[in-house]
Design a protein around this ligand. Structure first.
Ligand code: HEM
Length: 356
């Protein structure tokens, strides 16, 4: 899953979900062309649709007008799971003694996720093909062919649903918001896209994604300033020295992406949204410390879905910005941790259709 080559096999499937999202914009717009208050939920639907295609090769129809109630139940359950985890893990663990309401909601959410996902996973397992000649066979089926162990394949697919929805959709929300409030950067992106995708309907391919340098820079810059996962942790397995501090074995060490990637020391003009800083040919470019911005973590436990998340974000952004101009006409939103790091407030972004 970490090989770019593998993720790129799913370009068509991922682009199909992005197209469904773009088609849905017209349905969602109010008279001013703005998105509804629950726009983030629409992005959850898009990321769920994408991950279902990649993990299981099923079309859930999340973005259809009459989507199956399972899809919203799944989105809500994943949301509940993420909100409850920090409460249960970081506060006094009363749940170890009695069933607190938070713990009950958490378990119920996990049960809903298990129930809905296993239903679709089972269907997909039953239809597993015998060969992987077909580039776009699902991750579940690919793993099954490699390991021949339905249990491992099922667990991986479950994990993909658990952590592959809110992360990507919140990242997408943040990127769209940043472009809406930085029209000059959006214009540069638009100019790039018009060259690579001459028609609004030009298909997204592996080759044209390669050329979208500014688009990738916009994603990296948003993730630098507003990493959706603000940090990750490790427990030391040996005594070690980190930055001159002696850390005994067994201590929890938190790596704070958010703090580090917003420091002047590592990124000059760190408070400015400057996608150019990621482009080698730009005067703003400066080699940065390789650990200074790690929105997907690092090492053996780094994000397993990184390549898919990147591909999903690139495809969505390319389609949206090639088809629409984004504007935002309200007070700037603060960011908050809920539990992803995202803009706090309804994303009433205005979508204006592009003529050509
Ligand atoms: C923009 C979207 C995403 C972000 C920012 C993100 C970020 C992260 C981070 C920071 C970690 C912890 C890494 C570490 O401890 O070093 C992680 C773990 C993980 N992510 Fe993602 N993720 C995203 C999307 C996805 C998607 C789409 C999938 C599934 C297809 C996924 C699957 C996983 C899995 C399975 C792990 C656990 C890996 C392990 O513990 O070995 N993620 N992610």
């Amino acid at each position: 899953m970490m090989q770019p080559r593998i993720a790129k096999m799913y370009v068509n499937a991922i682009a199909a979900s992005a197209q469904e999202f773009v088609d849905r914009i017209k349905v969602l717009q109010d008279r001013k062309g703005e998105m509804p208050e629950d726009f983030l939920n629409e992005l959850h639907k898009w990321s769920l649709e994408s991950i279902a295609k990649v993990a299981l090769d099923v079309r859930l129809g999340c973005l259809d007008e009459n989507s199956h109630p399972d899809t919203q139940r799944l989105i809500d359950a994943v949301n509940t799971f993420f909100i409850k985890v920090p409460v249960l893990e970081l506060k006094i663990p009363f749940w170890k003694i009695l069933n607190t309401p938070t713990f009950t909601k958490y378990i119920n959410a996990l049960e809903t996720i298990r129930e809905i996902c296993t239903k679709y996973i089972q269907k997909s397992l039953n239809s597993a093909p015998k060969s992987n000649k077909d580039d776009e066979i699902s991750i579940l089926q690919r793993l099954l062919l490699l390991e021949n162990d339905p249990k491992i394949a099922t667990i991986l697919a479950l994990d993909m649903f658990l952590v592959g929805i809110d992360t990507t959709s919140n990242a997408a929300a943040s990127i769209l918001y940043q472009l809406a409030i930085h029209p000059e950067k959006q214009q540069i992106l638009k100019d790039e896209l018009k060259i690579i995708l001459p028609e609004k309907s030009t298909p997204i391919t592996r080759e044209n994604l390669e050329r979208m340098t500014y688009l990738k820079a916009c994603i990296k810059e948003t993730m630098r300033m507003y990493p959706v996962v603000i940090g990750n942790g490790r427990q030391t397995t040996n005594d070690c020295i980190i930055g001159g501090y002696h850390i005994p074995k067994g201590v929890q060490v938190i790596f704070q992406h958010y703090v580090i990637s917003n420091q002047e020391e590592y990124f000059p003009k760190s408070k400015e949204f400057l996608p150019e800083r990621w482009i080698k040919s730009s005067p703003c470019f400066k080699e940065h410390h390789p650990f200074a911005s790690l929105p997907f973590g690092f090492g053996k436990r780094m994000c397993l879905g990184r390549r898919f998340a990147d591909l999903e974000l690139q495809t969505l952004l390319a389609k949206v910005i090639r088809n629409y101009t984004l504007e935002y006409h309200y007070q700037k939103l603060d960011y908050f941790i809920h539990p992803m790091y995202t803009p706090n407030g309804p994303l009433r972004i205005r979508f204006i259709e592009q003529d050509l």
